[in-house]
Design a protein around this ligand. Sequence first.
Ligand code: C5P
Length: 327
Amino acid sequence: MTGVTARVPAKLNLQLAVGPPRADGYHDLVTVFHAVSLFDHVTVEPAGDDKVTVTGEGADRVPADQDNLALRAIVALRAAVRDRDTGAGAVHVTIAKRIPVAAGLAGGSADAAAALVACNELWAAGLTQQQLRGIGATVGSDVAFALLGGTAVGRGRGEQLTPALAPATQYHWVLAFADGQLSTPAVYAALDRLRASQGGSGGGTRGRNSGGARRAAAPGQGQPDLDAALMSALRSGEAARVGQRLSNDLQAAAVSLFPALRKTLTAGLELGALGALVAGSGPTCVFLAANAERALELAVSLSGAGVCRSVARVSGPVPGAAVVSAG
Ligand code: C5P
């Protein structure tokens, strides 16, 4: 085989409930992941040594050395299959990026997931998706979901996944990309500081829509809870109900580090979005529209409002990382 290309989606978190910091520095989460139609493509070809080339959106900000998440995933997969009689040789990885870097959309994790799927095919390693998810989870918290796709509840660091039972509704989203980036660890650290300064014990504040906060867990309990009303809204397939229940505990922290986001969120709601929130650790803002036509109107108005760098219309759910060509 001369090369394999896999396509992988960006993710949104329709709910992101964050618990207190754990001893290992991570936070226990309850999150509702949702894969959307903004895709990176990752190609792997046999080569003399492992190497990475990155092209497209934000390519100059993606490490092209051993820190690259796709390469780390490949090294982990090679170690996992070394006892098998498959040739897990060196590869040239080419990442064609459309998912912006450090934008809260798990683009790096997506590339790791695509690299796993592509190398599994190139090496004819025959690992199941579940086995790839286990390897992916060692590389990044969102890699397992990028393999699974669809809509799913994530727990633990986000790597323990349960697919959500939902009708085949397609939701129409507008993404507003910010002029800047946020570091995920910095946003989690800002959340911990905000909670400490509020005298809270940890988890449970929930930023809804334009950033309001309310209690999701009993004070003192600290562990995040799945939002039953969001799950019920998703089962109903009614976008307006889903829009009402979007929530992100990291939102207040992201806005504190990137205050311009407040204006972007408000603008989207004023322009008719059914719901708005910061994507993951930000700084991308996400808006839900009633249908494809409304999404187009909202995208046009938002770009005219000058509250973001650029906009994209996407829909979801879409499947996880998959091979699109092999030859
Ligand atoms: O797992 P990943 O490398 O994507 O995580 C990046 C950073 O985000 C971690 O180093 C940690 O600071 C933060 N994080 C967290 N709790 C999670 C997931 C990520 O604190 N569940």
